[in-house]
Design a protein around this ligand. Structure first.
Ligand SMILES: Cc1cc2nc3c(=O)[nH]c(=O)nc-3n(C[C@H](O)[C@H](O)[C@H](O)COP(=O)(O)O)c2cc1C
Length: 195
């Protein structure tokens, strides 16, 4: 199993939250979105839509709208999530929305069957494809996507599932640990963990 291309990419991929200004080749982004478009979807509805943003003014609008929503979220967040966020130094500031050379906004068509599930499968394909291209991202899920939908005049019926800032890391960040597959897998019954 260790020679699996997918396993190698999956192990290597990690979230990047600080980007440098090195430009990204549009051809690579298109290849990555082609990979995302190959995902399975409910009734093959292919409910993903991708909006690529390179314009600095539009990036600034997205950042501002996002940070407004995040300020509210960070006022109310509590418990284990708050501790986790604090530990990682994550707060309402989202500079990566302007620092990354390019953003891909990923939408789902709410009228399609299983649209959210399908679009998240597409995002999974995109993440591995980015890794293969040597590109990096953060799967950013805005706390108040409505604000962004309005500011960008997105047609009714489309949900903003994620914003993927794409670029190259400013610093080396370490990958968060994963549980071993044997810890999370069972054979035939919940009583029996996979050895
Ligand atoms: C559905 C989903 C939503 C996420 N939303 C955010 C987010 O809003 N902000 C953020 O900083 N990271 C977000 N992340 C990134 C996760 O925090 C990250 O994937 C996780 O901590 C594991 O780290 P790794 O990606 O480096 O392996 C999200 C990831 C997923 C899959």
């Amino acid at each position: 199993m260790s020679d699996s291309i997918i396993l190698r990419l999956a192990r290597a991929r990690k979230t990047v939250r600080k980007f440098d200004s090195t430009p990204v080749e549009m051809a690579d982004v298109i290849t990555v979105l082609e990979a995302g478009s190959q995902a399975p979807s409910g009734a093959n509805s292919q409910p993903w839509r991708f909006l690529i943003i390179t314009d600095p003014n539009t990036k600034a609008i997205i950042r501002e709208a996002s940070e407004e929503g995040e300020k509210e979220f960070y006022r109310t967040v509590g418990g284990g999530l708050k501790n986790w966020l604090n530990g990682k130094g994550i707060d309402w500031h989202k500079p990566f929305l302007e620092e990354a050379p390019l953003l891909v906004l990923v939408f789902s068509d709410g009228a399609a069957p299983y649209s959210t599930e399908s679009v998240w499968l597409s995002i999974g394909y995109i993440l591995l494809s980015l890794e293969e291209k040597g590109l990096h991202t953060i799967t950013y899920t805005p706390s108040n996507p409505q604000e962004i939908l309005e500011k960008l005049e997105i047609p009714q019926g489309f949900r903003l599932e994620a914003v993927l800032p794409i670029g190259f890391p400013k610093f080396r960040e370490s990958k968060e640990e994963r549980r071993d597959v044997s810890e999370v897998s069972y054979l035939n019954s919940w009583e029996r963990k996979l050895e």
